[in-house]
Ligand binder design. Structure first.
Ligand SMILES: [Zn+2]
Length: 481
């Protein structure tokens, strides 16, 4: 009898010991996990600061932008169904199949934390697989899916016009430059970039993240809510790198067994502290998605580089004096072979903007600074019209005003797409993890959805979600802590 009581008592002690740490964790978890995180809003932007181990980093991100993540996912599901004929489950399944075995543990934990943080904010129905697919939708929609279609049709040249795709793969566009040495006013680096895409979902691409991971460098980047890597093509890390990119138009090729672009980019910006490191990470286990021209600057040395990265090939340019521009076209003979880009089409946006960008850079050579970069992003000279006009061929892009549309990217006449934000930094600012950013077009043009749809009812299918893109003034963010 006494032995029975003793056994029960020991069992109770054992159970309490086993459970109590979990009780303590459950009680403290939210406070512990959210410690150090904060969110601010400024001039059209959401700015979040997050810090800690992988789970905590994810939890904080999820918690701070849970509502925006939910809304952005809703719009993206609508868009992808229309653009690719695939339900969201197709994206979830593809993400799981391709990345379950190769996703680094660090980021797996971060995604788990993010799903929990979103739930803790009261948003239900988003799990880690939604977040994998959300971070990788560009890989899956515009690089993987066309290879599936090619296999189905048996014709690999029919990239992007396979029966189950309603549109060409886009060249998610950007106008960018990086300059250094003789080219700039103070001899140090200047970097600028603008993002182009569909106005339908771009309004959710307005989150600046100041991330302090447990390992690696502090990161400043812009992205969709719930993205772990940025993805709007502008990064600064505390190792002294500033990085941007322009996506290579009409690129063909994908390797489903290699790392998705969001993992490689996040690794590179988190762990690289020089140009060689960045390139090494980016060219390892390349899946081909988001094949880009990377513009990389090292503020410690003043050197800049252009990494043109395809699936099978890459090409590197480096210099301490000069500039590289980006307008969405491959330049190296090796990577050109991996595209179906028409180099003879002088009306294409990529060629027109490249011509104008070089003309612009030459005219300001030796004087380039942050103010000149802002001017660059508001430029509307169209070489195909030989005049200043807002079109799809100008550095500040306005497909919505262009009767040509942008057929190279599958945008019909007046399609609501173009540049939606711009960023600038230089060595002095980047050294303090600072930059200038402008929400909306690089110029002062407001896109008003209701007015647009009145003129262009052919895009009424977008009515449920198409919203205004207001052009805000340039603003800056500072690290608060
Ligand atoms: Zn403009």
């Amino acid at each position: 009898m006494r032995r029975g009581i003793l056994c029960r008592a020991l069992l109770m002690v054992a159970i309490v010991l086993l459970i109590s740490p979990k009780i303590a964790l459950a009680v403290k978890s939210h406070e512990e996990l959210i410690k150090g995180a904060y969110r601010e809003e400024k001039e059209g932007w959401i700015y979040i600061h997050i810090e800690g181990d992988p789970y905590k980093l994810g939890y904080q991100r999820g918690y701070l932008v849970a509502t925006e993540t939910d809304k952005a996912l809703e719009v993206m599901k609508f868009y992808l169904k229309n653009a690719t004929d695939k339900e969201w489950n197709w994206y979830r399944n593809a993400a799981k199949k391709q990345w379950e075995k190769i996703m680094p543990d660090e980021y797996k934990k971060e995604f788990e934390g993010m799903a929990d943080g979103i739930a803790a904010a009261g948003v239900t129905g988003i799990d880690y697989l939604d977040l994998w697919a959300w971070n990788g939708w560009i890989d899956l929609a515009w690089y993987y899916l066309p290879t599936v279609s090619s296999a189905e049709t048996g014709d690999e040249t029919q990239f992007g016009i396979a029966p189950n795709l309603k549109r060409h793969p886009p060249g998610p566009g950007c106008s960018a430059f990086i300059a250094t040495g003789d080219a700039t006013r103070d001899g140090r680096i200047v970097l600028t970039h603008s993002l182009w895409y569909d106005y339908l979902f771009c309004n959710y691409w307005n989150v600046w993240m100041d991330m302090v991971p447990e390992k690696g460098y502090r990161i400043i980047t812009q992205g969709f809510p719930g993205w772990i890597y940025g993805g709007t093509d502008f990064w600064i890390n505390s190792g002294g790198l500033m990085v941007s990119e322009t996506t290579i138009s009409e690129f063909v090729g994908y390797n489903p067994k290699a790392l998705p672009n969001f993992v490689r980019i996040r690794k590179a910006v988190q762990y690289a502290n020089n140009i060689d490191d960045w390139i090494k990470i980016m060219v390892t286990s390349v899946n081909g998605a988001y094949a880009n021209d990377w513009l990389i600057g090292d503020i410690k040395t003043g050197e800049i580089a252009r990494l043109e990265l395809g699936l099978k090939n890459y090409h590197i340019w480096r210099t301490f004096n000069g500039y590289y521009v980006g307008s969405n076209m491959a330049l190296s003979p090796e990577v050109k072979k991996e595209t179906v880009f028409d180099y003879n089409n002088l009306n294409s946006t990529a060629i027109c903007r490249r011509l104008r960008e070089i003309e612009f850079m030459e005219s300001y050579y030796g004087k380039i600074d942050v103010d000149i970069a802002k001017k660059f992003q508001a430029d509307h000279y169209d070489p195909s019209h030989e005049k200043y006009i807002r079109t799809a061929n100008t550095i500040c892009g306005h497909v919505e005003l262009d009767p040509r549309g942008l057929p190279e990217w599958g945008y019909d006449p007046y399609y609501p797409g173009g540049s939606i934000c711009a960023e600038v930094t230089d060595s002095e600012l980047a050294d303090k993890m600072k930059l200038w950013a402008k929400w909306g077009h690089g110029c002062d043009y407001d896109f008003i959805a209701a007015d647009f749809l009145k003129k262009h009812p052919e895009y009424n299918w977008q009515k449920p979600y198409l919203s205004d893109i207001i052009s805000y003034p340039w603003t800056t963010f500072e690290i608060m802590k």
